[in-house]
Design a protein around this ligand. Structure first.
Ligand code: HEC
Ligand code: HEC
Length: 343
C-alpha cells in the first residue's frame, strides 16, 4: 500500500513538473508573424522556430535589447559594443573583444550571420543553445559583467519595455526566457545571402576572371572545411595556429576534456570575411595576407593538426591574389548597411 502511494505521489509530482515546464516553454505567438525564408539551395535551418515563433514585434524588441547598454553592468557594453554591424556583427580592429571594467574576453567576437544554421556556438562550441550564449555573456565578469536577474529587474522598471514585451508576447511579464528569445528573433533574421557570390549562383551576376580563378582554387584547396553555401562545415579543427601563450586557449578540448580536441576551433564562416579582421579565434592575423601566408608556409605541426593542412597548402603569390578577389566577393552589403538591423 505504502509503495503504491509513493508511486502515485512520484507520478503526480512528475506530471506537475512536466506541465509547469510545458507551460513555461510554450510561448503563445502574438503580433505579426514573420516567415523565415530559406535561401534557394541552402540546407534546412537547425534552429527550432516552433519554440520561438518569429514576429515583427519580437524582432523589434530583440533589436532594442541588442543595442541596449542596460544589459551590462555599467551601461557601456551592449551586445553591439563587440558585435558591430559594419563587421557583419563581429569585432573588427581588436584582436580580443573588450568587456566590462577594462577587461577583455579571451577571444575575437565572431560575426553573427546565418545563426539559424548553427547548432554549436562559440569558437569551441561550448554552448548548443543560442539563448544560453547571451546568458553566459551577461553573467561573465570579462564580458558584460552583469547578471540576468538584475537585467530583468532593470527592464521591468523601464518606461518602455513592459509595453514592448506585451506587444511581443501577449502580456507585460519580463523574464530571462522572453528576453533571450526576443534577442534570438532579431539575430536569426540576419541572413547573409546577397553577396556577389550568391548573385553569381542565382545567375544575376558573373565573376570577373580573378574571382572565377579564385573560386576554383578555393573549391580545390579550402572548400572541404569552408563548405558552401555557409562557408563552414561547422567542424572543429586544429589548423596549426601557434598556441597563444597569453590566452592559453586550448579550444574544443576545454569542452570535451579530450586530448584529441586540443587546439581545435570551429571552422569560421568566410561570409563577409573582408570585414571581420583581425582573423582567427584570437584575432592573431591582422590581414587576409597573413592568413594565406599561414596556410602556405607557417602551419605548426602537432599531434592534432588537421591532415588537410599538415603539409601546408601550396599557393603561389598569383593564386593568393585570386583567392583574395574571390573572398572579397563574399561581402554582403545588404547586411552591413541594412537599416532594418541598425539601431
Ligand atoms: C565583450 C564583448 C562581447 C559582448 C558585449 C557580447 N559578445 Fe557575443 N561574443 C563575444 C565573443 C568573444 C564570442 C566568442 C565566444 C567564445 O568563443 O567563447 C561571442 C560569441 C557570441 C555568439 C556565438 C556566435 C557563434 O558563431 O558561435 C553569439 C550568438 C553572441 N556572441 C551574441 C551576443 C549577444 C546577443 C550579446 C548581448 C547580449 C553579446 N554577444 C555580447 C564577445 C561579446
Ligand atoms: C582543415 C580545414 C581547413 C582548411 C583546409 C582551410 N581552413 Fe580556413 N579555417 C579553418 C578553421 C578551423 C578556422 C578557424 C581557426 C581558428 O580560429 O583557430 C579557419 C579560419 C579561416 C579564416 C579566418 C576567418 C575569420 O573570420 O577569423 C580565413 C580567412 C580562412 N580560414 C581562409 C581559408 C582559405 C583561403 C583556405 C584555403 C587556402 C582555408 N581557409 C583552408 C579550417 C580550414
Amino acid at each position: 500500500m505504502k509503495q503504491k502511494i509513493t508511486i502515485l505521489l512520484v507520478a503526480i509530482v512528475t506530471l506537475a513538473v512536466w506541465l509547469m515546464e510545458a507551460c513555461r516553454k510554450k510561448e503563445v505567438a502574438v503580433g505579426n508573424a514573420i516567415k523565415f525564408e530559406v535561401p534557394q539551395g541552402w540546407p534546412q535551418p537547425a534552429y527550432n522556430f516552433s519554440s520561438n515563433p518569429l514576429t515583427e514585434e519580437g524582432f523589434l524588441l530583440g533589436k532594442k535589447l541588442f543595442y541596449d547598454g542596460k544589459l551590462s553592468k555599467d551601461g557601456n557594453h551592449s551586445c553591439e559594443s563587440c558585435h558591430q554591424q559594419v563587421a557583419a556583427f563581429g569585432t573588427y580592429n581588436h584582436d580580443l573583444s573588450h568587456g566590462y571594467n577594462n577587461s577583455h574576453t579571451i577571444r575575437n567576437a565572431p560575426p553573427l550571420v546565418n545563426l539559424a544554421w548553427q547548432t554549436e556556438f562559440g569558437w569551441d562550441g561550448a554552448t548548443n543553445k543560442l539563448e544560453s550564449v547571451y546568458v553566459n555573456h551577461i553573467n561573465s565578469p570579462i564580458n558584460m559583467g552583469e547578471n540576468t536577474t538584475a537585467v530583468v529587474e532593470k527592464l521591468r522598471t523601464d518606461p518602455e519595455y513592459p509595453r514592448l514585451f506585451k506587444n511581443a508576447f501577449g502580456d507585460e511579464t519580463i523574464n530571462e526566457d522572453r528576453m533571450t528569445k526576443a534577442i534570438s528573433q532579431f539575430l536569426l533574421m540576419i541572413v547573409s545571402n546577397n553577396s556577389k557570390y550568391d548573385k553569381v549562383k542565382r545567375n544575376e551576376a558573373t565573376f570577373n576572371i580573378s574571382e572565377q580563378s579564385g573560386y576554383e582554387i578555393f573549391a580545390n584547396k579550402c572548400g572541404g572545411c569552408h563548405k558552401e553555401p555557409l562557408f563552414s562545415d561547422h567542424s572543429f579543427r586544429n589548423i596549426g595556429i601557434p598556441f597563444n601563450t597569453y590566452t592559453k586557449d586550448l579550444g574544443r578540448m576545454m569542452v570535451t576534456n579530450k586530448n584529441i580536441d586540443s587546439l581545435k576551433f570551429k571552422t569560421a564562416s568566410l561570409r563577409n570575411v573582408q570585414l571581420t579582421w583581425p582573423y582567427m579565434h584570437d584575432g592573431t592575423f591582422p590581414y587576409l595576407d597573413n592568413v594565406l601566408e599561414h596556410y602556405r608556409s607557417q602551419v605548426v605541426n602537432g599531434p592534432t593538426t588537421d591532415p588537410f593542412v599538415k603539409s601546408k597548402i601550396p599557393l603561389s603569390n598569383f593564386e593568393i591574389g585570386q583567392l583574395k578577389a574571390f573572398m572579397y566577393a563574399l561581402s554582403d552589403s545588404t547586411i552591413l548597411t541594412n537599416r532594418k538591423f541598425s539601431q
